[in-house]
Design a protein around this ligand. Structure first.
Ligand SMILES: Nc1ncnc2c1ncn2[C@@H]1O[C@H](COP(=O)(O)OP(=O)(O)OP(=O)(O)O)[C@@H](O)[C@H]1O
Ligand SMILES: [Mg+2]
Length: 252
């Protein structure tokens, strides 16, 4: 039994990471408490996907360490994670149902009756139950994103790593996804989510602004807005404010 001594889902300690000679993170640290939604905002290439891959164990830090649920990444811990990559990792020739079934087996839902129920629930959640027998290649882009989400939700992970999950979703579905995400965090699931959409960001409990592999601000969305001193500020304004502050006012 894994104890959650510090009520911390992810504890990232002074990690350094580079792709070949390019340094992406240098002495980077971050603590993610249990049961919150943490949004990562940052420009293209700021390191969001790399950070998620490091946490999921798909990339390895050259220095420092990452603990999940107060322990090092093992297969047991891995089964508590649901990782949705930025690019869909689906089998295009298989049906929606077969894709989700594949992931549910991979994540160890062994009993057929459990699997069937879990698959039905998750496909209803992402509103794809009616399309369950269609192959992935015949779905729209937004539907494929929803299928991808179903694949990582099916085993009810305790820690969800979602890399731009709402890209291509229509506004109604975005709202229902956030209702669902909020239910998950209320039940103790931790959510790490990257997005370029300020609407997503406003739904998060906490946000970090990432720039060149460094956190330039971390707070609740409200806190980040009020830091600008402008009562009408948007999160874009707040990002520009912190970006400019960090660059000594030169980079507005
Ligand atoms: N496999 C790779 N090999 C070499 N460099 C990489 C690789 N993956 C990412 N990088 C580089 O690492 C940096 C961070 O990339 P990353 O994908 O983490 O950014 P991101 O914040 O997710 O961007 P985006 O918003 O475009 O998804 C970029 O400079 C990118 O070119
Ligand atoms: Mg990315």
């Amino acid at each position: 039994m894994v104890e959650r001594a510090k009520n911390i889902t992810a504890d990232i300690n002074n990690i350094s990471f580079n792709y070949a000679k390019t340094s992406i993170f240098e002495d980077f640290s971050l603590e993610i408490p249990n049961g919150i939604s943490l949004g990562i905002l940052g420009g293209n290439g700021s390191g969001k996907t790399t950070l998620i891959k490091l946490i999921a164990g798909l990339e390895k830090a050259k220095k420092g360490n990452i603990k999940l649920f107060d322990t090092n990444l093992t297969n047991t811990i891995r089964s508590k994670i649901g990782y949705m990559p930025q690019q869909n990792a689906l089998y295009n020739d298989l049906t929606v149902l077969d894709n989700v079934d594949f992931f549910s087996r991979m994540y160890g839902i062994n009993k057929k009756s459990h699997r069937s129920k879990a698959i039905e629930n998750v496909l209803k959640t992402v509103d794809l139950w009616e399309r369950k027998n269609d192959s992935i290649s015949t779905l729209s882009g937004g539907m494929q994103r929803r299928a991808s989400l179903a694949c990582v939700l099916v085993h009810e992970p305790e820690f969800l790593l979602l890399d731009e999950p709402t890209v291509g979703l229509d506004p109604d579905l975005r709202v229902s996804f956030w209702e669902y995400f909020n239910k998950l965090t209320a039940n103790g699931t931790t959510l790490l989510i990257t997005s370029h959409t300020m609407d997503d960001a406003m739904h998060c409990d906490r946000l970090i602004f990432l720039k060149n592999g460094r956190i330039i601000a971390e707070d609740s969305p409200k806190g980040l807005l009020s830091a600008t001193g402008n009562p009408n500020a948007t999160l874009e304004d707040s990002f520009i404010y912190f970006n400019s502050k960090e660059s000594g006012g030169k980079n507005v």
